[in-house]
Design a protein around this ligand. Structure first.
Ligand code: SF4
Length: 453
């Protein structure tokens, strides 16, 4: 009888805060693990434990593969340690592991840095020969040739199917690890591959995981148009959301085709309205466009029946109470349909991380335990102008004003009028409501009240 090997894939969840997991519609499929499963020989038995839905329980396996973000890596290491103790080989990969390989090697037998699909078949071969190396380095392919992920392994309760069509970003914003992990070059998957995958996803809703679905140059824009046209031509009837930069609104044809192909919402990283903070963020495109242009951008997108989620960050070095409250006023008046807020978090691999580490300004640095605080809802470093005791109460006031129900209802009515779509208005309202729940639960408002901040 052939000895059938078992591969266990683990997608850990942050044990401290629920974050995106607090709402079912903000949970996203572990795409990378689905791709690894697809690259594993068919005679392997594969099991996926996805803590987005179910807490990890020990499962016997021959090989274990765990991925994680910085905020989930504490949990990832806990699970890895269980298998390491039993001498079962554990492979770890993902953004955090790629940025902190030496730390990860203390918990895993093998680590994969970079994009894993290029080396996974080799890794499996080495494992079968008993020659698993400690480190594999994935290459950045110019044309991304990912196989279709094993979607049958994903939990059926996911509302959105996750699909990626491109990787990489040339912008290298100071707080973002995309450039460090996926490289400066904007790289594409072949359009036909994406369309084939879209046709096979069971969910009616899709989240294109790309960091910028239309890229930064004319070649990328043309590719996006071809992708959207391909969706229309094949008669694929999915509703989709994605992320982009403010250049999404530059080309009417892009907006028209995006809308026709099912785009209902787009996330734009505005980050801040203040010039000083935009400079700190290194957000060149937003600086170039000027804050005064943002509402026009939102309106242009909304005219095509697409709503805008605008992302804002608090806790810049140049932030004080006045600048934070100015941002709150700006956000309350701004015409985006939903608002996502986060607290500046220096992630390993970013320019911001290097700066804070070099200047010895990390506040929470008992690693790996403290990584679970690096989830955009905690003050993980010593800010220039505000102590944590000053910062948290200001932020609680800020969040209460940003997510007040009268403002959320006003946004709902405006979205309905502008997009002429009740569905889009409801989605946008739900997004605001979800962000409100996430933010309030993360900031533990009741705790702060109790401490009379
Ligand atoms: S924040 Fe957006 S634009 Fe900036 S580096 Fe990250 S992905 Fe690129």
């Amino acid at each position: 009888m052939i000895d059938k090997k078992t591969l266990l894939l683990v997608y850990p969840a942050n044990q401290l805060r629920a974050g995106f997991l607090i709402n079912r519609d903000t949970k996203f499929q572990p795409l990378a693990l689905g791709i690894l499963a697809a690259l594993t020989p068919p005679d392997w038995k594969i099991k996926l434990i996805d803590e987005n839905f179910r807490t990890f329980n020990y499962y016997k396996a021959d090989l274990v593969a765990i991925t994680g973000f910085t905020a989930t890596i504490t949990r990832a290491y806990q699970i890895a340690d269980i298998y390491k103790e039993k001498n079962i080989p554990v492979v770890m990969g993902g953004i955090h592991v790629s940025m902190c390989p030496d730390e990860a090697l203390q918990h895993a037998h093998t680590i994969v840095t970079g994009e894993a699909e290029t080396i996974w078949p080799q890794l499996i071969e080495d494992f079968l020969k008993g020659q698993l190396k400690h480190r594999y380095e994935g290459a950045l392919e110019q044309t991304i040739r990912s196989p279709k992920p094993r979607r049958d392994l994903f939990h059926p309760a996911y509302i959105f199917a996750s699909i990626q069509t491109s990787r990489g970003c040339p912008m290298d914003c100071s707080f973002c690890s995309v450039t460090a992990f996926n490289g400066r070059h904007y790289r594409f998957r072949p359009i036909e591959d994406v369309l084939d995958e879209l046709e096979e996803t069971p969910q009616p809703y899709v989240f294109f995981l790309d960091d910028n679905i239309i890229g930064y140059n004319s070649e990328a824009r043309e590719r996006a148009k071809k992708l959207f046209q391909g969706i229309i031509d094949r008669g694929i009837k999915k509703l989709w959301i994605s992320q982009a930069s403010i250049n999404f609104a530059d080309d009417d044809e892009v907006l028209e085709l995006a809308a026709k192909s099912g785009c209902k919402m787009i996330f734009l990283g505005i980050e801040t309205e203040g010039l000083e903070q935009l400079q700190e963020a290194g957000k060149k495109l937003n600086i170039k466009r000027g804050v005064s242009s943002f509402n026009d951008t939102f309106r242009k997108i909304q005219k095509h029946g697409i709503s805008v989620i605008a992302g804002f960050i608090f806790g810049w070095d140049t932030d004080d109470e006045k600048s934070i409250m100015n941002r709150v006023r700006y956000i309350r008046a701004c015409e985006a349909d939903a608002i996502q807020t986060s607290i500046l978090t220096p992630l390993p691999g970013t320019r911001m991380w290097t700066k804070f580490e070099t200047d010895n300004r990390l506040r929470l640095k008992n690693f790996p335990e403290d990584w679970q605080h690096y989830d955009y809802s905690d003050m993980t470093f010593y800010a220039n102008k505000l102590t944590p005791e000053e910062f948290y109460p200001i932020m609680i006031r800020a969040f209460k004003r940003i997510y007040s129900f009268p403002i959320m209802i006003k946004r709902f009515i405006r979205t309905l009028i502008r997009t002429k779509s009740i569905l889009v208005a409801i989605w946008s309202f739900r997004s605001n409501y979800n962000y409100r729940r996430m933010t309030f639960s993360s900031m533990k408002i009741k705790d702060y009240k109790r401490h009379k901040y």
